[in-house]
Design a protein around this ligand. Structure first.
Ligand SMILES: [Zn+2]
Ligand SMILES: [Zn+2]
Ligand SMILES: [Zn+2]
Length: 163
């Protein structure tokens, strides 16, 4: 999916100038982390930082923040807010195959990906998109759907999601 370039440090002339090479390196490391940990999915920035540091010990938290934010803005990475103030990130797969919606537990912040959509769900999303495109003269390129609730484990433990 992406190529890992072997670079021997930065050879920028100016130390003060933004260094594209270091940026590319950070981007590759962050993407690598997100690809390798795709099955766990939905990593917080500090988790991405921890895993990125194992690959590239010199990487800083601010760089990871910036890189993740850049990837999010370019649409390669999706962000989910499970309600605890820590955004979670996941790699967006291209095409319909990787598309999924989320179930988020308010109590333990665990996120479930599902793509066993009901026919009605697909139809409703499609219809809503068409309506919004027309109503707001908008070109819709993506959507993100999440349902917030309480997972079975937390229900057993007595959580009602209002805690
Ligand atoms: Zn969808
Ligand atoms: Zn839970
Ligand atoms: Zn997901």
């Amino acid at each position: 999916m992406h190529q890992r370039k072997r670079t021997r440090g930065c050879d920028c002339r100016s130390i003060a100038a933004p260094c594209w090479r270091r940026r590319t390196e950070a981007r590759n490391v962050v993407l690598d982390v997100l690809i390798k940990h795709q099955t766990e999915g939905h990593l917080a920035t500090d988790e991405i930082f921890f895993l990125a540091k194992k690959r590239q010990p010199t990487i800083g938290l601010a760089t990871v923040y910036r890189t993740v934010e850049g990837l999010r803005q370019s649409g390669m990475v999706g962000a989910i807010d499970p309600g605890d103030g820590r955004m979670r990130y996941e790699l967006k797969q291209e095409g319909a195959a990787g598309h999924h919606h989320h179930l988020i537990c308010r109590s333990c912040q665990r996120i479930i990906d599902y793509n066993d959509f009901q026919k009605e769900e697909i139809r409703l999303v499609k219809k809503t998109q068409e309506h919004l495109a027309k109503q707001y003269n908008y070109k819709i390129i993506d959507h993100q759907i999440e349902f917030i609730g309480v997972c079975p484990e937390c229900q057993k433990a007595g959580a009602d999601g209002n805690a």
